[in-house]
Design a protein around this ligand. Structure first.
Ligand code: SDX
Length: 436
């Protein structure tokens, strides 16, 4: 009996049969190239717009079961990490594959604190932005500009150099984010305070005014830490794919991460949390929800914060965010937008349009409501997504670099344009006068 772990394909154009081995439940698309009409034929390619059914890599970082609503980082369920770990512990786990020992955590926290400062020229760079520049565009540009500061960053196959850049980025992205926020308000920048935890220091750089020492509300700090954990990685999402693709050309991690953040800024991806708040503002009140749902069903608008390429069940992160929201509202007071969001969810989860399409709240549906209650403007929401996702992007980037099967990403295409054709001939003198 032939090896059962294979796929047998018959090409009806030639009658030939091919046996293709499975690799971890997939087939290698390159194995299709042997299927040819004739010797001159290039061979069969897979066609998969938006990579709906394409595994671009092997990865051990994050596991998602979209039908069951399961999310695990390095095998640990997201619910347990959110409840039992700090963000920096989870950052270490995503990058190193194991939770840190107490000694490793102490050293890791010290390394991060050591790198939170920005070069003073970077502050000057930030001053070049208009007062009303979108903070996400500022973040993307400033992260890319760090490439001009750390010229050793191109030495990406030297582990010590690579890990130094990764530490710098994890440490500095919150500082850049806070400086972008302060710039948009016209406030002076606040330097990092190494007495504080990662999240408390971020709050310090955001919100310290003239008091001698910033003291973060511990409930808010923990809520932000949990939100950071939930947003840290999500396997091969759009922006992780960009990080891997740009990184595959051996570009340095700063410009690669800037590209990933650019992908995240789109409203269909990380920009959805900002779009959700704008949608809730547009709806205005609970009684107007049914009318908005009808517009969604007519295809006039999308229900932002709903739906997911992988989750065809409730996004486990959305559930935890809802729990976290209640903790924050105990401090800040309930955000009235929550009532509109809950009514949207209630109606959508009962409506055939959404049920048939398996559309559930995703990570972005409730996060913006919390951020707004914390005092952030909607323009900052995606920046708050980019801070923790910096860890995921870097973990994916390093895994790609160290994967012996990976090389520069360069997809093929199905050409549907003109066949060869020729430009009208012109005399040399006509060309000289045309370009004069
Ligand atoms: C993130 O990939 C990740 O892991 C991303 C992320 C991460 O952590 O990195 O989880 C973060 O990006 C979350 C998603 C945030 N985006 C939004 O909330 C924007 C609204 N959602 C949609 O744009 C959409 O659901 C996507 C982009 C998230 C997923 O789109 P898909 O998988 O390409 O699905 P689709 O557009 O093909 O939709 C299938 C059907 C379509 O209807 P029909 O054409 O079959 O009639 O569902 C409909 C869509 O019109 N649909 C929606 C909808 N999402 C899908 N209809 C109304 N509102 C929506 N939000």
């Amino acid at each position: 009996m032939e090896n059962q772990n294979t796929l047998t394909i018959t090409d009806n154009r030639t009658g030939k049969t091919y046996t293709i081995p499975f690799t971890g439940g997939c087939i290698r698309t390159m194995d299709l190239r042997q299927i040819k009409k004739d010797e001159a034929d290039f061979g069969v390619m897979g066609y998969d717009p938006a990579f709906m059914n394409t595994a671009s890599c092997r990865s051990a970082i994050t596991f998602i079961d979209g039908d069951k609503g399961i999310l695990r980082y390095r095998g640990y369920p997201i619910e347990e990490l959110a409840e039992r770990c700090t963000f920096l512990e989870v950052a270490w786990l995503l990058i190193n594959g194991e939770l840190p020992t107490p000694e490793e955590l102490k050293s890791w926290e010290g390394s991060i604190k050591h790198h939170t400062m920005l070069h003073e020229t970077t502050k000057t760079f930030l001053e070049g932005f208009r007062y009303d520049a979108h903070p996400m565009a500022m973040l993307i540009s400033t992260v890319a500009a760090l490439s001009t500061v750390y010229k050793d960053a191109h030495d990406i196959f030297n582990k010590d150099v690579r890990r130094l850049q990764m530490t710098r980025l994890i440490a500095k992205v919150p500082t850049i984010a806070a400086y972008c926020y302060r710039h948009s308000l016209g406030y002076p920048y606040v330097y990092p305070d190494n007495d504080l935890s990662y999240t408390e220091n971020f709050m310090n750089m955001l919100w310290k005014m003239v008091e001698p020492k910033y003291h973060a509300n511990p409930v808010m700090a923990r809520a932000l830490d949990i939100l950071f954990i939930l947003h840290a990685d999500h396997e091969q999402n759009c922006s992780a794919n960009v990080m891997r693709s740009v990184g595959s050309s051996q570009a340095d991690p700063y410009v690669s991460l800037a590209a990933a953040a650019a992908a995240l800024s789109g409203p269909l991806h990380g920009g959805a949390n900002e779009a959700v708040l704008k949608m809730l503002d547009e709806i205005g009140s609970k009684d107007k929800v049914p009318a908005y749902i009808e517009r969604v069903k007519k295809g006039e608008v999308k229900l932002m914060g709903f739906g997911h390429r992988i989750y065809k069940n409730y996004d486990p992160r959305a559930r935890i965010i809802k729990w976290t929201a209640d903790r924050v509202f105990e401090i800040t007071g309930r955000n009235p937008k929550l009532d509109i969001a809950l009514e949207l969810e209630r109606i959508a989860l009962e409506d055939e349009y959404f049920v048939k399409r398996k559309l559930y709240p995703n990570v972005d549906f409730y996060s913006g409501i919390i951020y707004q209650a914390m005092g952030f403007k909607p323009e900052m929401f995606t920046v708050l997504f980019a801070i923790p996702r910096t860890v995921g992007w870097l973990a994916q980037w390093e895994e790609m670099l160290l994967d012996p099967e990976q090389k520069i990403a360069r997809p093929r295409q199905m050409y549907v344009g003109h066949d060869v054709r020729h430009a009208p001939e012109k005399t040399a003198s006509a060309m000289l006068s045309a370009t004069a």
